[in-house]
Design a binder for this molecule. Structure first.
Ligand code: FE2
Ligand code: FE2
Length: 146
């Protein structure tokens, strides 16, 4: 039995737009950080380069989630709690993965594959649901979350 891993870098396009420039920029930066992992695919997950990318990714994802949740809250988005749980789940998986990496049981390929799938699915299936709600926010609020 073989596992198919995602190996292609993420390419952002309009289909991923959630209608708020600030959040689109965040998503693009997350994609950029995830794509950097692909450039280190031959390395051990414990290597310095990978650890740096992962810590930037975790910090940026947490920042992005906070801002996104703030905008959802401003728009009185009814599925905010469920969405917050999705974000929390991602943070948990990443910390477990980092632990797995420290034990040498998770490789860069698996991690890259998980992250690219997560990025795509989360934006298309979860973030996209708030699009019509956030579009009702005044321009000023959309440009500057908390
Ligand atoms: Fe989200
Ligand atoms: Fe997001």
């Amino acid at each position: 039995m073989s596992t198919r891993y995602e190996t292609q870098p993420i390419a952002w396009n309009e289909a991923f737009s959630v209608g708020v420039d600030l959040l689109d920029q965040h998503h693009q930066h997350l994609a950029h950080l995830i794509n950097q992992l692909a450039e280190h695919s031959g390395e051990d997950l414990r290597s310095e380069g990978i650890v740096d990318i992962l810590s930037s990714l975790v910090a940026y994802a947490e920042y992005h989630f906070r801002e996104e949740e703030e905008l959802m809250s401003l728009a009185s988005y009814h599925e905010l709690e469920e969405h917050r749980q999705e974000h929390l789940h991602f943070c948990e998986v990443i910390s477990e993965t980092c632990y797995g990496a420290s034990l040498g049981i998770v490789g860069v390929k698996e991690l890259f594959s998980y992250l690219t799938r997560w990025w795509r699915n989360h934006i298309l299936l979860e973030d996209m649901k708030y699009k019509p709600f956030l579009s009702t926010l005044p321009e000023q609020q959309r440009g500057q979350a908390a």
